[in-house]
Every structure is written in C-alpha cells, then in structure tokens.
Design a protein. Structure first.
Length: 285
C-alpha cells in the first residue's frame, strides 16, 4: 500500500511545504495529496515541482479540487485546464473532484443529464492531458450512494472517469464498503481513510465545518478508534499491494494522529503484503 498524507490537514497551521514534506519523509509516508489551492499556488514558485518533491523521496498522489458541474461551461473548462497543467507540474495524473453539490435523490432527471454531459466534457478534456478525473464518493453529490455511483459510471461511460473511494462516506450512506469495493474495484484509483467516534456525529465532515477554523472537531478520531471497523476492511484489502490511499485527517493534533495511524496501518498490512509478495513468486510461506 502506498500511503499519503493530505496537505489539507495542515490548512489552519502556519507550516511550510518544506516542513510538511520533511516530516512526511521522516514518518515514512510515500507521498502527498495536494489540496488544489496549495498545488496551484505552490506551482507559481518554480522551485516547487515534481523533482523537488522527489528529493524528499515523495510523489504527488493526487490533486484534490472542485470542478463545477453547473454554471458557465467556459469557466469549468478553464479551471480544468489549469488543474491539468498543475497535475503535469507535480507529476500526477489524478485529479479529484465531486459529482456536483446536490444529493442524488434531490436532482431532477434533467439536472442529472446536464451534469453527466459536463462530466463527459471534463473527462474528454482531462484525457487530452493524460489525466483522470476521480469522483469522490461523498454525501450530497451524485456519488453519495453505491447505487447512484454505479448509475453515474454507466451514464458517463468514459475511460478517464475513475473513483476516489471514501470508505466512511459509503458506510454513512448505508452501503457495505467491502462489498462496494469488490464491485467498483476496476474504477477505484484512490482511497480516502478517516473515521468518526459515533455515527450520529458524521455531519461534522460537512465541507463548511471542515474548512472553518472555528469548526467542530470533536468526534473526529484516529482511524482505528472510531465506529467503522478499519482493521477488518484494510486486512481484506492488504493483498492489493498497488493500493493508493490518503489519511484524510481534519482534526487537531495533526502530526500525532497521522503518525499513529500510519504506524498502525503498516503493522496491519505488512505481514499480508509480505505473504502476497512471496506467493506471487511461488516461494513457500
């Protein structure tokens, strides 16, 4: 498993990208998932790029931003172009976005058709740059349930449309993440991993609360201390040695929690990965 941290975790801290990269290297993370605004602004300083990050032994796992599925199509196209150039600058093919800002059960058939058309156009544009559009499974979007996500993949029907599999949000929707993973595996290019102390606290992950410096953080817990059972989930996925995931931590004590979760994930998946590696080479285990 390649494990990254998200620069959005440090959104309310006065900390430089050098400090983030140096700390990520020290904690044996493989890469950084760059928040869009971070990726775009840093790219304006030519010393920060793919090679600079590689000097820390890190890579850009993904750029996470937000492409509009309604409104002016020219603005959406312009932003997509900027993100594609940014992805090239940082050496990644993966651009994450949301499938709109409305729950799937609140969208009219006409609205859904228009959003699907916009997604098809964006996928065409990203494909020209060699990029992929990763739609995140997330509440209040067209990918807020397994059923709507399945429908969306069928409707858009584009080889550049992939999934950022947010485990907790699918569980929030009432789906079984492990079952959904098995079905959607060909489309999954990345995972977001986070947890909650109790199910009824899930609304604290709403974007408005997450982005606010005064937002509520109580209930955001370490990956293995929450209500969703990540030990079982990750054990089942541990044989997927090419799996790429990010620890999406929005709470306080950023370094302490990320360090703890990275270490616990490593202890959990390393024995299985080692066995899989040896089995692939017909070595008795």
């Amino acid at each position: 498993m390649n494990l990254s941290l998200c620069t959005i975790s440090f959104r309310h801290q006065l900390i430089s990208i050098e400090q983030v990269a140096d700390w990520a290297r020290a904690q044996q993370f493989h890469g950084l998932e760059l928040w869009g605004i971070h990726a775009r602004n840093l790219a304006q300083q030519p010393e920060y790029d793919e090679q600079w990050l590689a000097s820390f032994g890190l890579y850009t796992a993904m750029i996470s931003d937000y492409l509009p599925l309604d409104g002016d199509p020219h603005q959406a196209k312009a932003k997509a172009g900027i993100l594609c150039e940014c992805a090239s600058h940082w050496g990644t093919r993966k651009i994450r976005s949301f499938a709109g800002q409305l729950a799937s059960n609140a969208v009219s058939p006409e609205q859904r058709k228009a959003m699907v058309r916009r997604l098809q156009q964006l996928c065409d544009q990203l494909a020209d740059y060699g990029c992929e559009l990763l739609i995140e499974t997330h509440p209040n979007t067209l990918a807020d349930t397994a059923a709507s996500t399945r429908q969306l993949l069928q409707e858009v029907d584009h080889p550049s449309l992939k999934l950022n599999f947010d485990v907790l949000h699918l569980w929030e929707a009432g789906d079984d993440p492990l079952t959904v993973y098995q079905e959607f595996k060909p489309f999954i290019k990345h995972f977001h991993l986070k947890n909650i102390r109790e199910r009824h606290l899930l609304p604290i992950f709403s974007p408005a609360n997450v982005y606010s410096p005064a937002g509520v953080r109580d209930g955001m817990v370490s990956l293995f201390d929450g209500e969703f059972d990540y030990s079982t989930f990750l054990t089942h996925l541990a044989t997927d040695i090419d799996m790429e995931a990010s620890l999406e931590w929005f709470g306080t004590h950023v370094k302490e929690v990320l360090k703890q979760d990275r270490e616990r994930i490593t202890r959990l998946v390393q024995p299985t990965n080692a066995k899989t590696f040896l089995q692939a080479r017909a070595v008795p285990v």
